[in-house]
Design a protein around this ligand. Structure first.
Ligand code: GLU
Length: 367
């Protein structure tokens, strides 16, 4: 069977990740049950067609404000995290009650990008989500704000949604927000034009995405375009649309459609590229850069001129060219402390226990 392409891929995806941000669930900064119900109505309608949905929802901080007597969103991270802790329970309860109107059950999955970078956690999260889906449960994912703050600060779950889309092998990602899609500038400003389709991210050169969009959510358009870049590079089509038009969006109508540009990579290479934080850097000479980028070879000690950072064998490091620009990320085969005497040496000149790759080609992704 051939896969549907274009916007119909959104409508027909057997498994979709739908991300809804805080601004789409709130009125005057507080959780608005009616807006939440409207999201649930549309997802329940999709589920009734036998299509699976993983919902990635923010809104925990907003839901915690009222109970804590806070009128507005706190500025400091600790109070935001406390509000998320109080609010997450209420958010989950509201979703459970709202989906129950349709006889649907929900399961809460709190994740961090870090979880997706530890191999064991990645596999466990994958297994839990697959099992929830096979049991007919709608998983509701949020960042675990108690221990991670990336999405509070930068993304409002945009990046998390893209990582989850890969994790569950979704065939569509729908990012819902408070604007109707991507514009060439600030929506409403003269000269700012709506972008209905993004064929490739290179075509966005010149579009100032930092201003092009929502001012309510913490992510803005930059984190949405970043999330779209992660998902489309893995072969997952993305629709960015207004939460108020969720019904249309799930049918692939309206919004900005991002065409998939790549193929799914193996999950371990995916987490290496998108979910890991490098522990150090290896500086390569020009010959080693060419060997890795053009000839897809393993990295040998001979091509490395410098090393920085503290890492153990098996941890992620960035491979940078002589100009300092990262060209690849890989799992290093040595502890940082073992490396200095090996650098620049030909493998045949090294003692037998050091005659192996510094980074094996199977443990390497180009950036
Ligand atoms: N995970 C947080 C939440 O659910 C982050 C979103 C935000 O920054 O508002 O509230």
């Amino acid at each position: 069977m051939t896969r549907p392409t274009g916007r119909s891929a959104i409508a027909e995806a057997a498994r979709a990740v739908v991300k809804v941000g805080s601004s789409s669930l709130t009125s005057k900064g507080h959780l608005d049950p009616q807006r939440l119900d409207a999201v649930v109505d549309a997802i329940a309608a999709r589920a009734a067609l036998g299509r699976q949905v993983v919902l990635v929802s923010s809104g925990a901080i907003a839901a915690g404000l009222g109970p804590l007597g806070l009128r507005t969103r706190p500025r400091d991270l600790a109070t935001q995290q406390a509000a998320a802790s109080v609010g997450q329970l209420l958010l989950a309860e509201r979703y459970a009650a709202s989906f129950a109107r349709y006889g649907l059950r929900v399961g809460q999955v709190l994740l961090t990008a870090d979880d997706l970078h530890r191999r064991g956690h990645y596999t466990n999260a994958n297994r839990t989500l697959q099992r929830l889906l096979s049991l007919g449960v709608i998983p509701i994912v949020n960042e675990n704000d108690t221990v991670a703050t990336h999405e509070i600060r930068f993304g409002d779950n945009d990046r998390l949604a893209a990582l989850v889309a890969h994790l569950v092998e979704a065939s569509a990602l729908v990012l819902l927000t408070d604007v109707d899609g991507l514009y060439t500038g600030q929506p409403g400003r003269p000269g700012s034009e709506f972008i209905p389709e993004v064929a490739s991210l290179e075509s966005l050169v010149g579009v100032d995405v930092s201003r092009a969009g929502s001012h309510v959510g913490s992510g803005g358009m930059t984190s949405k375009v970043d999330a779209a870049a992660i998902a489309t590079s893995e072969g997952i089509p993305v629709l960015l649309a207004a939460a108020t038009r969720i019904g249309d969006a799930l049918a692939g109508v309206g919004g900005t459609y991002f065409h998939p540009s790549g193929d799914r990579t193996a999950s371990r290479l995916f987490w290496l590229r998108h979910a890991t934080t490098p522990r150090g850097r290896l500086v390569l000479d020009a010959g080693a850069v060419a060997a890795i980028v053009q000839r897809r070879m393993s990295l040998l000690p001979a091509g490395v001129t410098a090393v920085s950072g503290e890492f153990w064998s098996g941890e992620p490091v960035d491979l940078v060219g002589p100009d300092g620009v990262a060209v690849a990320r890989g799992l290093v085969g040595y502890d940082a402390a073992d490396l200095p005497p090996l650098l620049g040496q030909r493998t045949s000149d090294l003692p037998a226990e050091y005659r192996r790759e510094l980074v094996h080609r199977d443990d390497l992704v180009l950036l």
